[in-house]
Ligand binder design. Structure first.
Ligand code: 5AD
Ligand code: SF4
Length: 449
């Protein structure tokens, strides 16, 4: 037994989005069943896996760098297997070998789950497997990094074909899991102590299974013993009144909506193939804010899309100013070969892209700070996920609004990991809330005795 665990260690690097984190967890679960254990030291691993992202060029450059760095363990010990999996493997296939010659396995976004089978294949040549298999259920339970808050994929793939985006090409069309399968996974999680699930998918609110839509799924998940439910990412075109009602009616749902706007200019939105205009988006946000109390709204924005003029960019700034997002992920447009936008001339100079990005970041930072300061005096229910990096003595976690809260006072020496506690917010900056502990959720209020 000892010999087996010693010889079968796997080192993982996971880059990119939450779906990649989830896929890596599923693969870790599968590999654990095959006798592998995870290690944080690449030098002791017999299997090295890098799960990759293709959304922007920068992510791909990083992945190649990391893989070439890790190649040395294989050169030192030819028994070591080096695998690249996920979106970039899907995109490049065999061409990956030109970038990283030491690779043994190149497995796409669906084939990656068959990695143990491919490992058993004997042969000199590297294995390249890229087919999109039939929708499959997860046989083994994902091996979660965080026991108390877990991702659960409800769908994979995307068929929206936003013109800048590589995802539909590398993850294929949308495939929805069955409601029953999702519920089973959530129940398993609660039984093992999980308190919060984040339902993830490239476009969660277009979910469909046998007459059930995403709002129906949320109702079903709410009936389980899980305490908190989050979801992302939502597309504005699929945000139905029924879903808004579900968000406002179901207590377990955190009142956080991640709703990518991408641009404030109608002309750019049209060229991006987003299927809504700025006014549609504004109306949508108003209706959600009307119905859902204390809504936290976050977004994704791209600057420098082909043909974006100063005027178009001003429209993005105006929308950001007007809507006041709680926070935003902001990106410089990155041309992706194979997408529709790749056929357009990437005519916004890099310096202009950078300048616009900086302007946007500054504006959003000020808005986030204002919104966060507005929470001072409120009480947040925080799920504690560890100690703060800034201040190692303080616990930290996420409130229902999805903001990080650092608890500077009132924790004594208690181990609060995995607890949901009430925290009075006493201070805030653009990224973080700070507070003092008031009590545990569910524990009786001492003042009422
Ligand atoms: N360039 C820049 N940003 C992109 N995104 C997707 N594709 C690109 C690209 N080619 C951003 C979008 C999306 C987020 C996940 O990444 O804002 O919502
Ligand atoms: Fe990409 Fe658009 Fe699909 Fe999101 S909705 S994954 S941006 S194609």
């Amino acid at each position: 037994m000892k010999e087996q665990t010693e010889s079968k260690k796997v080192f993982f690097v996971t880059l990119g989005c939450q779906m990649n984190v989830y896929d890596s967890e599923v693969l870790k679960g599968i590999l654990t069943q095959k006798g592998y254990s995870a290690t944080s030291k690449p030098e002791e691993a017999s299997l090295i896996i890098v799960n990759t992202c293709s959304v922007r060029e920068h992510a791909e450059v990083r992945a190649i760098g990391r893989l070439n760095e890790l190649s040395r363990y294989k050169l030192e010990n030819p028994e070591v297997k080096l695998a690249v999996i996920g979106c970039m493997a899907q995109r490049l296939g065999e061409k990956f070998l030109k970038e990283v010659p030491a690779l043994d396995l190149i497995l796409g976004t669906e084939e990656l789950f068959k990695l143990p089978d491919y490992l058993e294949e004997k042969g000199e040549k590297p294995i390249v497997a890229l087919s999109f298999s039939e929708p499959r259920e997860i046989g083994s339970l994902p091996l979660r990094k965080n026991k108390f808050s877990s991702f659960v994929a409800i769908s994979k793939g995307c068929e929206n074909f936003c013109s800048y985006c590589i995802v539909p090409y590398v993850r294929g069309p949308e495939k929805n899991r069955k409601v029953s399968e999702i519920i089973r996974e959530v129940q398993c999680l609660t039984e093992s102590g999980c308190k919060e699930v984040s339902l993830i998918g490239q476009n969660v609110n277009s979910y469909k299974d046998d007459g059930n839509d995403f709002a129906d799924l949320l109702k079903e998940v709410s009936r389980t013993d899980i305490q908190r439910i989050r979801f992302m990412t939502s597309h504005p075109k699929d945000l139905s009144p029924k879903l808004i009602d579900a968000m406002s009616d179901l207590d377990k749902i955190c009142k956080h909506l991640h709703l990518p706007l991408q641009s404030g200019s109608d002309k750019v939105l049209e060229r991006m193939n987003r299927k809504y205009n700025a006014l549609d988006y504004l109306r949508l946000v108003e209706s959600v804010k009307d119905k859902v109390e204390s809504l936290s709204l976050t977004t994704d924005l791209i600057v420098g899309f082909p043909g974006e003029t100063d005027e178009d960019f001003q429209k993005t700034l105006e929308m950001v100013q007007r809507i006041e997002f709680d926070s935003a992920f902001m990106f410089k447009y990155s041309p992706r070969e194979g997408t529709q936008a790749f056929l357009l001339v990437d005519d916004v100079a890099n310096e202009v892209k950078l300048e616009r990005l900086q302007t946007l970041i500054e504006l959003q930072k000020a808005i986030s700070q204002k919104k966060n300061k507005g929470m001072i005096g409120r009480t947040e229910e925080v799920l504690i996920d560890g100690k703060s990096k800034r201040d190692k003595a303080s616990w930290k976690g996420k409130g229902r609004s999805n903001k990080t809260v650092i608890i500077s006072k009132g924790t004594d020496d208690r181990n609060l990991l995995g607890e949901i506690v009430k925290v009075k917010i006493t201070d805030a900056d653009s990224f973080t809330l700070f507070g003092e502990i008031e009590g545990s959720v569910g524990s009786p209020d001492p003042t009422e005795r």
